[in-house]
Design a protein around this ligand. Sequence first.
Ligand code: GYE
Length: 348
Amino acid sequence: MPALGPEGRESMKITMHRWSIGAALALLIAAGCGSGSTSTTTEPGAAGTTGTTPAPSDKKLVVGFSQIGAESAWRTANTESIKSEAAARGIDLKFSDAQQKQDNQIKSIKTFIAQKVDYIAFSPVVETGWGPVLQEAKAAGIPVIVSDRRPDVPEDLYVTFIGADFIKEGEMAAEWLAKKTGGKAVIAELTGTPGSAPANDRKKGFENILAKNPGMKIAFSQTGEFTRAKGKEVMEALLKTPKGAEINVLFAHNDDMALGAIQAIEEAGKKPGKDILVVSIDGVKDAFVAMTEGKLNCTVECNPLLGPPLFDAIEKIRKGETLPKRTIIPDGVFDEAVAAKELPNRKY
Ligand code: GYE
């Protein structure tokens, strides 16, 4: 495995975070003045209530989750994992869908703060611009757990991050491609949501490997916004241009864009998977189906089933356990050779 750049090394580093006594106290206070579902030393009725208040442990834990939207099959599986895991654990989940807009996410986080939820979890649509709202959550004593995408903020503004190493995913896609093509490729790249961590990092990782393979070049790069429709639209337009005729590889930052582009390639009279090799990221079921049909060549898995680790982390915070600042969910590479055998095992 080639040496990683500084970002790669940084992204693989799992730093242990130790709660300061002050933060631990803030957490206890938050638990006490939130739904009170964590055990505290407060007696029922001690805060001037009538004494009929249920014991704190009878109350449901309230978690606010701000989701990005529903742009891809990955996202749908991620939402389903979070909702079903919350239901299985009897957690009162306040779920909000931001429809790809950072403003909507900021608004719903502010609403969660006003509602005094016990915990806030979110997946930031883009990397920047989260400082002020996370400061508000911190000032209110509500612990924040980051899921899937990491915001570019000081680490003290959230308790823990759970998600994939997107740089590594980009590197694995390019490494597979370098092997497959013998290091020669004219590549079209469909990038994800502009400014998002997976778009930034998958590009970075992919280019880390290209830097060592001078025969592999990105000839075209445009966003397909992580959707099937946009992936198809951009590929369709590209194939009508002279540059489109030169392309022999498509690298898409997610499977949905690749699947849309595959349709465009077929409609243009070319064979996806043969005339144009296709490699993408996520590992959703439809990508495995496309591989068994010989239309997609490789997908790098990115596990969306983050519900269980998210609520495990919340449980640990409640118990006062120390969490690592980053928990990286490992990924794997699947290509045509293993697709048929692997398809029945896919969970999303
Ligand atoms: O790859 C893409 C989704 O943040 C890892 O977002 C996630 C990405 C995923 O829309 O399909």
